[in-house]
Design a protein. Structure first.
Length: 145
């Protein structure tokens, strides 16, 4: 039964990422659970490294925390998702933002949505997933020059 429920949630989440259902509709169709995890910043651009990071994060989360419902929110859906999620968010829900090599000031078009998410959801537990250490070294080196 748990596998069927997980498949149904994945299918519903996929419909959301395609724009076939709203985040509000997705949330209303979820079973009541103690916790939900909303992963923001899921890439829908063609950087395979960022795609691999998002895939690994989801696989890790589902393996380690199978009791928590994992909802993916594409980076391009950030602004609309924040507007829909704020009034529906529960105290037990958690917020995350995908990792990768785009954290910091090199790719501000990726960094600005991340900052918006963390400045909005200050009353919930938040997780910023790992970044690429090389990117931060390059950014720090550029600041010295």
């Amino acid at each position: 039964m748990a596998i069927k429920r997980a498949i149904n949630i994945d299918n519903l989440n996929f419909a959301y990422t395609l724009g076939r259902v709203s985040l509000t509709e997705l949330i209303k169709r979820l079973p009541e659970e103690p916790r939900r995890f909303y992963m923001f910043g899921v890439p829908n651009y063609n950087n395979l490294g960022d795609q691999a990071v998002a895939y690994a994060e989801k696989a890790f989360f589902k393996r380690v925390f199978p009791e928590i419902t994992y909802i993916e929110i594409l980076e391009s859906q950030t602004d609309d998702a924040i507007k829909e999620l704020v009034p529906m968010l529960r105290e037990s829900d958690m917020i995350g933002y995908t990792g990768g090599g785009n954290i910091g000031n090199t790719y501000l078009d990726h960094e600005e949505p991340r900052r918006k998410v963390f400045s909005t959801f200050v009353n919930n537990k938040t997780i910023s997933f790992l970044h690429n250490r090389l990117t931060l070294k390059i950014q720090n080196k550029d600041k010295k020059n």
